[in-house]
Design a protein around this ligand. Structure first.
Ligand code: NAD
Length: 482
């Protein structure tokens, strides 16, 4: 078991200023403590922000080539330490090693490298009649992340921040700080200038408000629950800083009556069960034509039963535990609520096989006969729980899909792409996956409605870290030597 008693601030490993408290990192597969980290206080926040502010002056003037060099150097080191990153993530949040290795680690390394090719974006200008738009790094950015895809969520913020010349104070989830500590070691090793990357471990409930309201912070990029996202925005509002929020979801997959049912249902069930259902964009409401309802239930049940639930370290495991016993209890409470509200359980439920009772497991669970006003169809469960809802007409399916406080993702399976697109364009969600195509990090990721503000990934994700300056002038004079 490792003890991490320091934060990474100003290019050094520094002890907490005041708070002697420690945070235990627990493996949800067996309840064992695997690491202990320090718990930051407001004084540590002040030091980290001061360090980032000081470093911004020079880092923001580095060339695109310098920033590209550092992003690639960090990615190279991540690649070297991919096995360690895999263990750090899987052991702290339960995603099976075989999935973590690819989906959480390799895909994150590859996605991080994309930002190396974008470092010159901030140096480009755009002409308009009577002037030019110039781009500037926004400044000191606070990056706050949850525990479900902790490395991906970090690099989706750190990549554009470094690419544009911003400096950062990073605060991972208290449950999953280990991959961020590895990234701090990597930044140190590759010689990233002191103060560009600062890391605090600690509770959002204790330091979140101070971080987000700090007058020297220019932007907060937050991923997490909608409730915490609201607190972040409230704390940031008095100092009018930019807030980018990636929040919760209750996304719908519409399957039409002429779609390939086997393919469509398999896509939908696997989408929900991946990472034990702890994916913000999970398609947790499957909308199916009443005419094909029983057929869909039969296919979905068989797929759910094909999961091997168990030890995340086993290469045979396809579903690990939930991220914590608190999350397990939350999901079990929702399943009970679904039963109490009259939904019909067709697989899974609140019981666990005896061999899984030592960990935070929940079996793949599917409810039929769900109506969209039930709690399980409206609230984000964040567990392996799928709600199947019948519809009479395509128009009704679209209305049900849009009848949600959230609007993060959506999906359509129809007879062909053109039909699916026609429906997809009517869905009020930031992403839409057609015919089994899925998210990649070139497209913009973010939500409509209460799923958030702003976008991550791709060029749109980069723009969040940029201030635009309109310069009014005789543009033909601008290229002359001064
Ligand atoms: P959470 O909101 O409890 O915590 C997320 C992070 O915010 C943690 O680092 C936490 O310490 C910090 N935090 C908590 N309260 C804070 C406050 N008042 N001020 C500042 N920071 C605070 O969420 P969680 O339980 O860790 O993660 C699960 C949630 O994250 C789900 O709702 C899920 O949908 C959402 N999520 C969204 C996306 C997305 O991109 N839209 C991605 C992943 C997860």
């Amino acid at each position: 078991m490792n003890t991490y008693s320091h934060f990474y601030i100003n290019g050094q490993w520094q002890l907490p200023v005041t708070n002697g408290n420690r945070i235990e990192v627990t493996n949800p597969a067996n309840g064992k403590c695997i690491a202990i980290t320090a718990s930051a206080s407001a004084d540590d926040v002040d030091r980290a922000v001061a360090s980032a502010k000081q470093a911004f002056a020079s880092w923001s003037t580095t060339s695109a080539a310098q920033r590209r060099h550092f992003i690639n150097a960090i990615a190279d080191e991540m690649q070297q330490r991919a096995a360690e990153l895999t263990a750090a993530i899987s052991d702290s949040m339960g995603c099976p090693y075989n999935l973590t290795r690819k989906m959480q680690v390799q895909d994150s390394i590859d996605a991080f490298r994309q930002f190396a090719d974008m470092t010159d974006y901030v140096e480009q200008t755009e002409a308009f009649p009577g002037g030019q738009h110039h781009r500037h790094a926004i400044g000191v950015c606070v990056l706050i992340n949850p525990w479900n895809y902790p490395l991906s969520q970090l690099v989706g913020k750190l990549g554009p921040a470094l690419a544009t010349g911003c400096t950062v104070v990073v605060k991972p989830s208290e449950q999953t700080p280990l991959q961020d500590l590895i990234i701090a070691e990597i930044c140190d090793k590759v010689g990233l200038p002191a103060g560009v990357f600062n890391l605090l471990t600690g509770y959002g409930s204790q330091i979140g408000t101070h971080l987000c309201s700090h007058p020297d912070v220019d932007m907060v990029s937050f991923t997490g629950s909608t409730a915490a996202g609201v607190s972040v925005a409230q704390a940031a509002a008095p100092s009018v800083k930019r807030v980018c929020q990636e929040l919760g979801g209750k996304s719908a997959l519409i399957i039409t009556d002429d779609a390939d049912l086997e393919q469509a249902v398999a896509f939908g069930v696997h989408d929900v069960m991946t990472n034990s259902g702890q994916t913000c964009s999970a398609l947790t409401r499957m909308l199916v034509p009443i005419s094909h309802y029983q057929q869909v239930l039969d296919i979905a049940r068989d797929i759910a039963n094909s999961y091997t639930v168990g030890d995340p370290r086993s290469e045979h495991t396809t579903m690990g535990p939930l991220s914590s016993t608190q999350q397990q209890q939350r999901v079990i409470d929702y399943i009970q609520r679904g039963i109490d509200e009259g939904a019909r359980l067709i697989v899974g439920g609140v019981e666990l096989p005896s061999e899984l009772q030592h960990g935070a497991y929940v079996m793949p669970t599917i409810f039929a006969d769900v109506s969209n006003d039930m709690t399980i169809a409206q609230e984000e469960i964040f567990g392996p729980v799928l709600c199947i809802i019948g519809y009479q007409s395509t128009q009704q399916a679209i209305e049900i899909a849009n009848d949600s406080a959230y609007g993060l993702a959506s999906a359509v399976y129809a007879a062909n792409t053109a039909d699916a697109l026609n429906i997809g364009k009517q869905l009020r969600a930031g992403q839409c996956y057609l015919q089994g195509h899925y998210f990649n990090t070139y497209g913009a990721f973010g939500g409509f409605k209460q799923s958030g503000n702003g976008r991550e990934w791709g060029v749109e994700g980069l723009r969040e870290y940029i201030e635009l300056q309109a310069i009014f002038c005789q543009t033909s004079d601008m290229d002359r030597p001064s």
